[in-house]
Design a binder for this molecule. Structure first.
Ligand SMILES: [Zn+2]
Length: 167
């Protein structure tokens, strides 16, 4: 069950109905776990069975989020062959530090390489975006590839950085 709430200056109000659905009783402690882009409220005291169910719920939520992203990307109709990051071996673009410094590229910058096979040159530059397939966990990438989801589309979404979840 999903409740859409907006945080205010005072915080986030959780409706009693939501707490009831989770099995949170009044006077019982609730643990708030902060995570990147997520806040998880766990029952403060749990039996083994309750813990297992909570863990299962979180796992299920992760599956639903990945499935949502997979639906946004859709099935691949053959762009996989042109995917610039097909294998993880190509992940690291090596650039000696002195060259990087001379070019004024920050140490933590994401690098891109452009190949000119006629001129036999490779141009290495700072990427003008924050994220691409290199930031995707390998197991998620594997799952997308195994189920025929368009990895090229996923990369496009990462580079553009537009909203893929919620309005
Ligand atoms: Zn594709």
């Amino acid at each position: 069950m999903k409740f859409l709430k907006e945080p205010t200056d005072k915080g986030l109000h959780i409706p009693r109905a939501a707490l009831n659905l989770c099995g949170f009783e009044a006077g019982e402690k609730v643990e708030l776990h902060t995570a990147e882009n997520a806040l998880v409220a766990l029952k403060g005291r749990m039996t083994a069975m309750e813990l297992l169910r909570a863990a299962q719920s979180l796992q299920q939520m992760a599956v639903e989020l990945h499935t949502h992203l997979a639906k946004v990307c859709g099935p691949c109709d053959g762009c996989e062959g042109e995917c610039p990051f097909e294998t993880r071996d190509e992940d690291e673009i090596g650039l000696p530090e002195y060259l990087r410094e001379e070019a004024g590229i920050p140490a933590d910058a994401k690098l891109c390489a452009w190949v000119d096979d006629e001129e036999h040159t490779v141009t290495i530059s700072e990427a003008d975006y924050d994220h691409d397939l290199r930031d995707v966990p390998e197991e998620v990438l594997e799952m997308f590839r195994a189920t025929g989801i368009c990895v090229g589309e996923l990369e496009e979404r990462l580079i553009v950085g537009d909203t893929v979840y919620g309005g």
